[in-house]
Design a protein around this ligand. Structure first.
Ligand SMILES: [Zn+2]
Ligand SMILES: [Zn+2]
Length: 197
């Protein structure tokens, strides 16, 4: 098996250690940030919990929107190069484990922008943190699901259906099936079949 290719015998922890170190930043940072927010305003914990659940539910919309945007038709050479670097390379070499994970620079910039957006709407940094933590939870679930879709041997019917859904996206249906953690948005928005534009 070539270096960097998937080895289904690897556990998730080992995969994170060798290919997806940002996992530890988001999981560890999330615990620390959550603790600081609670320490700052413990009485608001029910609100924090609600916002974290909301952030988690927001993730599939973010995932679908960004993934679908990365499959738009390029209108210039520069745009084609950007789309290739951002996502095309994963479609070209899905067997390379490293190509399966979002770059830390991209997820860190996106996290900062989402935090500023949440802060602007909620006007409270602990609440913005709570919402962001839910989004991070969805993001980490996405990375796990995506890894399993390519390299795993899912044991549950739900994970097997997600694997099938994503593998069809890679195998000739690149203009369809943009959801990874759930096919619900593809079903709702009519993208279980390919886009025509
Ligand atoms: Zn993929
Ligand atoms: Zn794709």
């Amino acid at each position: 098996m070539p270096r960097g290719s998937g080895d289904p015998s690897l556990g998730w922890f080992r995969v994170c250690r060798s290919h997806f170190r940002p996992f530890f930043v988001y999981a560890g940072g999330g615990i620390v940030l959550g603790a600081v927010a609670l320490w700052h305003e413990f009485a608001a914990w029910p609100q924090f919990l609600g916002l974290t659940v909301l952030g988690f539910l927001l993730w599939p919309i973010v995932e679908y929107t960004i993934h679908r945007a990365l499959h738009i038709r390029a209108r210039s050479a520069r745009m084609r190069a950007f789309l290739y670097l951002a996502h095309g390379i994963h479609h070209e070499t899905p067997q390379v484990v490293g190509s399966n994970f979002i770059r830390f620079s991209a997820s860190a910039i996106a996290s900062a922008l989402f935090f500023l957006l949440f802060l602007g709407v909620l006007r409270s940094w602990p609440r913005a943190v709570a919402l962001l933590l839910g989004l991070w939870g969805g993001y980490l679930l996405y990375e796990f699901t995506h890894y399993v879709a390519h390299f795993g041997r899912p044991r549950t019917a739900w994970m097997r259906s997600l694997q099938h859904h994503h593998r069809r996206h890679h195998q000739g249906e690149e203009r369809a099936r943009f959801g990874v953690t759930t096919p619900i948005l593809d079903w709702l928005l009519g993208t279980l079949r390919g886009l025509r534009e």
